[in-house]
Ligand binder design. Structure first.
Ligand SMILES: Cc1cc2nc3c(=O)[nH]c(=O)nc-3n(C[C@H](O)[C@H](O)[C@H](O)COP(=O)(O)O)c2cc1C
Length: 202
């Protein structure tokens, strides 16, 4: 019995070190995810270096992993890479920060024909917003810059973008997100505000 114990001891110790290592890796992963959320910031100046296809795919996968009410997924994603379209967006909608340098912009849209029924039809805005935040966080995790540029609910901006992108009426753009290599690296803003947290009683 004693012999068996001494034979097993190294294995036991080895598996303990492995568990420790796995715990360390999990802790590092948790820290990295939280750090990514806390350090995300809007970036509005980009170099003209194109974004790798692998990064575009990773961003799209993260975007489509967003939650949505009743898992309706009422979204459509436009990926804009054509210079002429980017230039039209930038000149007609200057708030979108689509400068000459921008090589790719994502347009998160809601499909009005694929919404939840009344009275909860407007959940599409929250669903597409969740998708947009996922997109921003993925871009930041990949070391890229991005900024959420609002379109909906401004009817003038919605119509302009629908015209530029030849979108059908039922496809409503929520926002434009230019993504690229950073030509500026602003500090993340500290928005922590304990006064806005209310435990149980307002
Ligand atoms: C709904 C929404 C609309 C926004 N629209 C614009 C915009 O049109 N142009 C722009 O440069 N930034 C826009 N922003 C980015 C905000 O200005 C930015 O998130 C805010 O100043 C906080 O800064 P941070 O993203 O660096 O934390 C928008 C953000 C949100 C959530």
């Amino acid at each position: 019995m004693r012999k068996f114990f001494y034979l097993c001891l190294p294995l036991l110790l080895l598996s303990c070190t492995k568990v420790d290592k796995n715990n360390d890796q999990t802790d590092n992963m948790k820290d990295a995810v939280l750090e990514n959320i806390l350090t995300r910031k809007s970036v509005r100046q980009f170099t003209d270096e194109p974004v790798d296809k692998a990064d575009v795919d990773a961003i799209l996968r993260a975007a489509f992993a967003a939650p949505s009410a009743v898992n309706k997924q009422p979204w459509e994603m436009m990926v804009i890479t054509e210079r002429q379209l980017l230039d039209s967006i930038g000149s007609q909608l200057p708030n979108t920060r689509v400068s000459n340098n921008v090589q790719i912009a994502f347009v998160v849209c809601g499909d009005m024909n694929n919404r939840l029924p009344e009275p909860i039809q407007d959940f599409w805005v929250q669903d597409c917003s969740a998708m947009t935040e996922n997109l921003l966080l993925a871009a930041h995790a990949l070391g890229l810059g991005a900024v959420w540029c609002g379109i909906y609910p401004d009817p003038v901006k919605v119509e302009k973008l629908q015209t530029i992108l030849s979108l059908p009426q039922h496809i409503v753009p929520l926002c434009v997100v230019p993504v690229g290599h950073k030509a500026e690296d602003p500090e993340p803003k500290d928005k922590w505000n304990e006064n806005k947290i209310h435990y149980n009683v307002f």
